[in-house]
Ligand binder design. Sequence first.
Ligand SMILES: Nc1ncnc2c1ncn2[C@@H]1O[C@H](COP(=O)(O)OP(=O)(O)O)[C@@H](O)[C@H]1O
Ligand SMILES: [Mg+2]
Length: 246
Amino acid sequence: MTSDLPVLSLKGIRKTFGAILAIQDVSLDLGAGEIVALVGDNGAGKSTLIKIVSGVHRPTSGQIHLDGSAVVFSSASSARSLGIEVVYQDLALADQQPVYMNLFLGRELTIPPLALLNKSRMRKETQELVEELDVRIPSVRSTIRDLSGGQRQGVAIARATHWASKLVLLDEPTAALGVAETAKAEELILSLKDRNLAVLIVSHNLDQVFRLSDRICVLRRGRQIGVRETAATSKNEIVSMITGVD
Ligand SMILES: Nc1ncnc2c1ncn2[C@@H]1O[C@H](COP(=O)(O)OP(=O)(O)O)[C@@H](O)[C@H]1O
Ligand SMILES: [Mg+2]
């Protein structure tokens, strides 16, 4: 098996909502250990594309291939079961629950035969993960609502890191964070490369896009305007691709 085979391959993806054409003919490959940024103005179709790849929406037409095989996601959990994890801007965690329960939300470890929650094991695995990733939280027993925005996003990225075997999707993961918190989140996002995961990140922050990405895919009104190697383009070029103005 060659490592040249893309982890994710989108072929001619199109999505309509009634009369609205949200995505038109998007084709994109992502390799293992690669970060691709998805940029575009409001309404360009970025979140819709993330939702298609995470199984929330079905494309109207086009194909999704994972490691070379065509896949059809019936739901977000079917995408998850194939190794795809998502991190959203709005910190989609269970507020009333401790960190370790959030790490295992919907995938709790249990003890047979009565399927009691194996809390000590979940705490231990969470502790190991937050130490390894250097996510700075008071304790794995801390309740999510008592954490800062940066700590919560750290937990969300740690959860994605733990469960993703192929692909992590991030939709504006630092939009709600301050400067120092953003820097920490960016460190975590870069560490996904070392785990050989493919990463697709939506960001409005072009400085961030240039710090993190290997390639940049520009959408405008649902159309794919182009894909550039980050090292071979400039903010000026990307801005003019986003706006359509030279
Ligand atoms: N569930 C939906 N129903 C109807 N229209 C939608 C839905 N989701 C997105 N759209 C429309 O699709 C287009 C792309 O939206 P979106 O993907 O959210 O853009 P972006 O994330 O780039 O701002 C917009 O015109 C938006 O109004
Ligand atoms: Mg969006």
